[in-house]
Design a protein around this ligand. Structure first.
Ligand SMILES: [Zn+2]
Ligand SMILES: [Zn+2]
Length: 361
């Protein structure tokens, strides 16, 4: 389909670090980078770009001055918490967080300036952060900042976010709840599962009515059920909304081996999602497709999943095809009819609520 894909990276990405016992492992980005290099994926169609820092004004496109100042102070102090328990304040976390946001902004700039068609910032996707608060290992919301930046600097109006992280993209949803920015989130949902939001009834408000789209999934949702929901919902909505750019939060904690989530996807599903999204971007958004990372708490799996996604989107043939083949899961989680029925019901409910607003049946 043509076009260059950018991999936005910085060696300081590893400094987004919450300590040795914390489940968030920042070397996932480096592991992905090393794996792609080893596979021989980088060439004239898949290029490496360096991330930059986001400045304070950019962070404040979304975040309150109070919160930005609070993170700065806590970062200098290097102890305590940035939220109610998940996100510790470590030394230098302000700079490390601003670099993650800057990486996503760099991706947006590369796309808007026509240097690439698609870009991936493995260290972005911090979808739990809100205007005035951190949450769930996310300090600043790079997705939301990128949306504001695209609106302000490039005058974009129609921006879609598709979030496949195993957790609800609550921060992003909250920030744009009253606006016609399309946010679609697939996530596990149920009692006591973080962050507790993302019900099918949360559909936006005012001008944003119908633009917050939630697909809550039961524990154990497997490839076929997930892809059924994805195909029923995402392509029709994207085709109706016609975004000028598609942003995808590509968290891979929905993988069956992830220790925190309990969904049951395999690498084959991530590849298929990447194919669907990539095709949609070329068909609808003039190729403009910005991908960011997200969750994933078994680092070697994260690197595999993201390497497959990046290779698929860039359409590069790896120089080590045998090794590339090895990245795919051999195990297939069990299908379960009850789970599939539940997912089908959710899809039906969602279509009834959302589709008419977009002129779909
Ligand atoms: Zn392409
Ligand atoms: Zn997650």
């Amino acid at each position: 389909m043509g076009g260059v894909t950018g991999f936005v990276y910085h060696e300081d990405y590893v400094k987004y670090y919450f300590g040795p016992t914390h489940p968030f492992k920042p070397y996932r980005s480096k592991a992905t980078f090393e794996l792609l290099k080893d596979l021989g994926v980088f060439d004239e169609k898949a290029k490496i770009f360096e991330a930059r820092m986001a400045n304070e004004d950019e962070l404040m496109l979304v975040h309150t001055k109070n919160f930005v100042d609070f993170v700065k102070r806590m970062s200098e102090k290097g102890s305590g918490l940035l939220d109610y328990g998940d996100t510790p304040a470590t030394k230098g976390i302000y700079e490390a967080s601003a670099l993650r946001v800057g990486g996503t902004l760099r991706g947006a700039e590369l796309i808007m300036e026509g240097k690439v068609s698609h870009a991936f910032n493995p260290s972005g996707g911090l979808h739990h952060a809100k205007e005035g608060s951190a949450g769930g290992f996310c300090v600043f919301n790079d997705i939301a900042v990128a949306i504001r930046y695209l609106q302000k600097k490039y005058g974009l109006k129609r921006i879609a976010v598709v979030d496949v992280d195993g957790h609800h993209g609550d921060g992003t949803q909250t920030i744009f709840y009253d606006e016609p920015i399309l946010t679609v989130s697939f996530h596990r949902y149920g009692w006591f599962f973080y962050p507790g939001t993302g019900n099918v009834n949360e559909i936006g408000r005012g001008e944003g009515l119908g633009y917050s789209v939630n697909i809550p999934l039961p524990m154990g949702t497997f490839d076929e059920a997930y892809l059924y929901a994805f195909k029923e919902i995402v392509p029709p909505l994207i085709k109706a909304y016609k975004p000028e750019i598609i942003i995808q939060q590509f968290g891979v904690d929905s993988h069956y081996e992830d220790p925190l989530v309990g969904l049951a996807l395999t690498t084959q599903t991530y590849q298929e999602i990447a194919e669907i999204m990539h095709k949609l971007a070329h068909e609808i958004s003039n190729g403009k497709y910005l991908i960011v990372g997200g969750g994933g708490y078994k680092p070697e799996n994260v690197a595999r999943c993201w390497a497959i996604m990046f290779t698929t989107v860039s359409e590069v043939k790896p120089k080590k095809p045998e090794k590339y083949k090895e990245l795919f899961d051999k195990y297939k989680p069990q299908k379960n009819e009850q789970i599939f029925e539940k997912v089908k019901n959710t899809v039906e409910q969602l279509k009834k609520k959302i589709f008419p607003i977009h002129g779909l049946t």
